[in-house]
Design a protein around this ligand. Sequence first.
Ligand code: NAP
Length: 311
Amino acid sequence: MEKIVIIGSGCAGWTAAIYAARANLRPLVLTGAQPGGLLTTTTIVENYPGFPEGVDGYELMTRMQKQAERFGAQTRFATVEAVDFSRRPFRLTVDGEPLEAQAVIIATGASHRRLGLESEAKLETRGVTYCATCDGALPIFRNQPLVVVGGGDSACEEALYLTRFGSIVYLVHRRDALRASKIMADRALSHPKIKPVWNAVVADILDPEAGKVTGVRLRNVKTGAEETLPCAGVFIAIGHVPNTGLFRGQVKMDEAGYILPERGTMTSVPGVFVAGDCADRVYRQAVTAAGMGCAAAIDAERYLASIESAH
Ligand code: NAP
């Protein structure tokens, strides 16, 4: 039986692992299908303290992992399929195998939100993507018009990155003002290759029949008018949804699926803690996830000490 199992290997998970490992608890980190989490799909992280020149997202996560392992954290590249928090020790099913734990830290993060179009699903990996850094350099996008959907920091970051490859980058946003921070918005809007398309939503992506992206059908939300914009790629950056489906019915969450901590980082189940984007619909920063990971490890350590002293 494990003392602490940490589900997830983003900023929150690795920071929890560093603290739990330094408390001699030998935490087991189950990485999930995307080791390192969403930060590994970004380029330079410019706002993580301690890196005045910025740091590559993948490198930051690898360093956190090394730091956790140096103090005794165990890493397993595995996916949790089910949990049962109604019994103690807690029971998890990991790649088909049962696993028991005295305490669990949920740090499963969030995933990219989808537009929900049939054509989007059909053309995923054929020109529709959720990650410019992963896919932007592909030959199909070189010197072609590209579309980024969204108005937040992610959309601006993706659009800026894509200016290296595309002939022009259309930033399609459903309102007439960006949600992004001022610095990112200014950078994007002042770039000669980025052209904003305001008050527009993607009604459809063309052309599933052709098996590739040839354009988007845009609808103006004010006038209802539709137009077709030719492009070779659609980069969707419209926010995130928490990865918490696995825990539905086990711990309390809000209507959008964000887990609700009750006391500190403890969830509605004593012994189960939560950290990072799966519990944060407000800040969603690498550094806030790391901070919450630290808090969850400290809370879990105190919980374990309290059940030990009760025996
Ligand atoms: P976000 O801030 O939630 O922005 C999502 C954007 O997508 C909004 O502009 C939203 O429009 C739009 N949107 C949502 N659903 C839509 C739909 N169904 N159809 C069309 N548009 C839709 O998400 P984010 O940009 O991923 O950023 C998440 C967090 O990470 C933020 O806190 C951000 O500051 C942070 N972040 C920071 C950096 C950086 O500092 N370099 C980079 C990336 C992310 P509305 O504006 O109308 O709601």
